[in-house]
Design a binder for this molecule. Sequence first.
Ligand SMILES: *Cc1c(COP(=O)(O)O)cnc(C)c1O
Length: 384
Amino acid sequence: MSVKNLQAIPFNHPYISQNELKYLTEALNGRGTSGDGPFTHRASELLERMTGANRALLTTSCTHALEMAALLLDLRPGDEVIMPSFTFVSTANAFALRGAVPVFLDCRPDTLNLDERLVEAAITRRTKAVVVVHYAGVACEMDRIGAIARRHGLAVVEDNAHGLGGSYRGRPLGSFGDMAAQSFHATKNVQCGEGGALLLNDPGLVARAEVIREKGTNRSQFFRGQVDKYRWVDIGSSYLPSDLLAAQLTAQLESFDVIQARRLAVWNAYHAELADWAAANEVAQPVVPDGCVHPAHLYYLLLPDLANRQALIAHLSERGVQATFHYQSLHTAPAGMRYGRVAAGGCPVTEQAADRLVRLPLFADLDGEGTARVIDAVRSYGVV
Ligand SMILES: *Cc1c(COP(=O)(O)O)cnc(C)c1O
């Protein structure tokens, strides 16, 4: 059969469980759909149970959760924040918005996570925080990074956009930082189109986080009957999602185990069935160190070079399989150079990963037949 007759396999296809419509209808028929309604409470409680966070505050995006983190840290112009160069724009932009300087570090060649061996040398008098990103939901070396942060009095923020459901030495990702940011963008395992959450592990941050999220007012306290009127008490913005989005998110979080089991099946099939092809073609597969449990957020391959990466993407596209590259280094991006600086030694591993990495389709509704098609299409490519 010609591949032209087969439906193309998209890179991503957001999962919809059975309860989204039911909950959306309930939300529409309820008392109103503004923020902090009944579904916001349900989704927040589910997140707190999954991550062990002291409080989970739903936000309009992971980007906004990171902006809240930067506000909570009281960052001032010139303060420095250590982070990987191999990450999404928002990890850096949220801190640059406060005038802080992102200091970009290279990643480890195996996990593509912030290289913990480089952190201490990048600390200066102006360093205030370390931001980690658990790439593909595989944990950073949190024991080492946490110890360095404690020794130097630095805050730790987890950009946990990939990591919901993952763990490090038995502890959930999102529970290691003073704060952690989650994403529920349509491209993530659990999604409501656009959405996020700020997890607060330090109880001392909760009261101010509520104010920042509610336009700088103590409206949350007012609704709990703790004050008799609400007022402008601090700086803040409007970071609450509508309860409609929280309704969709509640249905998604309740389906977490189903979503994860299906994603993991695809991930495991790729990993096992591409192993021989990868070895024969000098292609690197993802590395999951001992003690790390990953949530099957993405499956990637590292080709020997840019030309082969591009050729593989084209080869897959011709066979109806949509694969894609990933992060382009922030330290060489126009805004990265304007607002940040790169640590001594540069980021050679990051630059290589940006050129060599390809991500394969991975979503809960990718069935065994689709997975096999992707595997066959990859195996029919020979590295040149
Ligand atoms: C998706 C993602 C973000 C941004 O998430 P939004 O919810 O779209 O703001 C930030 N950081 C990382 C690592 C991401 O993967």
